[in-house]
Design a protein around this ligand. Structure first.
Ligand SMILES: Nc1ncnc2c1ncn2[C@@H]1O[C@H](COP(=O)(O)OP(=O)(O)OP(=O)(O)O)[C@@H](O)[C@H]1O
Length: 429
């Protein structure tokens, strides 16, 4: 009898243990199945939100050659990773797949001669020139490891820029998240920043035609962010050091460190650069597309005057505008480096546009699309003479397709030799 009850107890215990093991196994299987279907859903959601330019004036969704080329080594096949390892990467705060290639640390280390080829220093860390083994040159921004803001920046930039491609943006072409380091890999802009051309004695002064062309390039990049990207993107830090120039002196908007997808009615801490900041944003705390327009207006005046907004540019502008209401008489603020070589009418048109951008009343500021149209019209006028201009000046809101403009006008004097390359670049990003 005693032996029988011992046997019964042992039997029941074994049964309970087996039952428990089976239950745990079933639970794990169920979680695994749920997780996999979640991954499937979220990746299809991601695909659905990739912006396809449908409503902007200047569309371009083609990936750059760099993105697709051999120097785009996807270091690890993340999607082929076992589920448990995938979970480990997530818990370690790794960057989610963004469609951009992940560069190997050792390749970037080699390409930058062990991180000795510094070309600049930004708020979030140094920038290096990297010569990849395939011959491709890229810029590598290494985020400071102790910067919390840099960490956040990294996640924002990879996710955001992985979806944004335009020939007037400094496109992100990859990233590296290894050995506790976060790096962003960008297209390399060999002629440096617009600021370095406006203020350095080393670089030759920019001629008037090139200044207007650069303004148009920047307007295109911003118009794409505001009206082409889905959802829209506000840059938040438009300034001359964030406008970079390529070998052919085409300008691209850089540094999306402060970019954010549009947030309606949400107040955030004051960000941006003194001198370019919209006074309305400072008083209300709300940053809108029109705040970018304000900064763009300041940038236009900076391009015209060759003066730093942090050193009294806007006071100078307000003085010049006092008697003319901003429409004429802007000759007095023009950069002396131009030595009088500019078209007065064109100057007044560009300055009048800039003055509208800095209007205290947000509703009176033009949109980036309006700005793009006005600059486009100015360039068309330049290349087709006054007769054409007069027929257009009847309306400010005439729509001109910038792609059509590309075929209508040749590039500016400085770029004439590169006009053939420019046509090829129209299809680049
Ligand atoms: N893609 C690039 N190609 C060539 N040079 C670059 C590139 N990106 C950055 N640089 C250089 O590195 C410098 C630092 O760039 P970064 O964007 O980190 O900071 P910043 O815009 O100058 O300053 P902040 O971070 O305060 O806005 C730039 O001024 C530029 O000279």
């Amino acid at each position: 009898m005693r032996e029988g009850s011992i046997g019964l107890i042992i039997g029941v215990s074994i049964g309970v243990v087996i039952g428990l093991v089976l239950a745990i196994f079933a639970f794990i299987c169920q979680r695994y199945h749920r997780k996999r279907s979640h991954i499937g859903n979220s990746s299809s959601r991601r695909a659905a939100t990739i912006p396809i330019r449908t409503n902007g004036a200047d569309s371009c969704t083609i990936l750059s050659d760099s993105t697709l080329g051999p120097e785009s080594p996807i270091k690890s096949g993340r999607h082929s990773m076992p589920f448990w390892l995938d979970g480990l990467r997530k818990s370690a705060n790794m960057v989610p797949a963004s469609g951009l290639p992940e560069y190997a640390y050792k390749d970037l280390q080699k390409a930058t001669h062990n991180f000795t080829t510094v070309i600049g220093q930004g708020a979030f860390g140094p920038v290096y020139k990297a010569q990849m083994s395939t011959g491709e040159t890229v810029a590598v921004k290494v985020l400071a490891t102790n910067s919390k803001q840099g960490e956040k920046e990294f996640h924002t930039e990879v996710l955001l820029l992985g979806r944004l491609h335009h020939r007037n943006l400094v496109n992100l072409i990859g990233y590296c998240a290894e050995k506790g380091q976060h790096m962003l890999v960008y297209v390399y802009m060999s002629k440096g920043s617009l600021a370095s051309h406006l203020y350095s004695d080393v670089n030759e002064a920019l001629c008037w035609n090139l200044r207007v062309q650069i303004a148009l390039d920047v307007a295109r990049g911003l118009e794409y962010l505001h009206d082409g990207a889905v959802p829209p993107v506000i840059h938040r830090d438009i300034k001359s050091s964030n406008i970079l120039l390529d070998q052919s002196m085409h300008a691209r908007v850089a540094d999306f460190g402060l970019s954010r997808e549009e947030m309606v009615d949400k107040h955030v801490a004051i960000r941006g650069t003194f001198g370019y900041l919209d006074p309305e944003y400072i008083s209300s705390g709300t940053f809108t597309k029109k705040s970018d327009v304000y900064s763009f207006g300041v940038l236009l005046f900076e391009i015209i005057a060759g003066r730093n907004p942090q050193q009294g540019l806007m006071e100078y502008v307000e003085l010049a505008a006092m008697n003319s209401e901003g429409n004429v008489g802007w000759e007095e603020i023009v950069d002396s480096h131009l030595q009088g070589n500019f078209d007065v009418k064109e100057l007044n048109e560009v300055a009048a546009l800039a003055y509208k951008c800095i209007n205290r009343d947000l509703s009176k500021r033009p949109s980036m699309r309006n700005i793009l149209q006005v600059l486009t019209r100015i360039l068309i006028s330049r290349h087709h003479g006054n007769h054409y201009k007069n027929s257009l000046s009847a309306t400010d809101e005439v729509f001109i397709d910038p792609d059509q403009l590309e075929t209508m006008i040749s590039v500016t004097d400085h770029r004439k030799e590169e006009s053939i390359d420019s046509v090829a670049e129209m299809h680049d990003v």
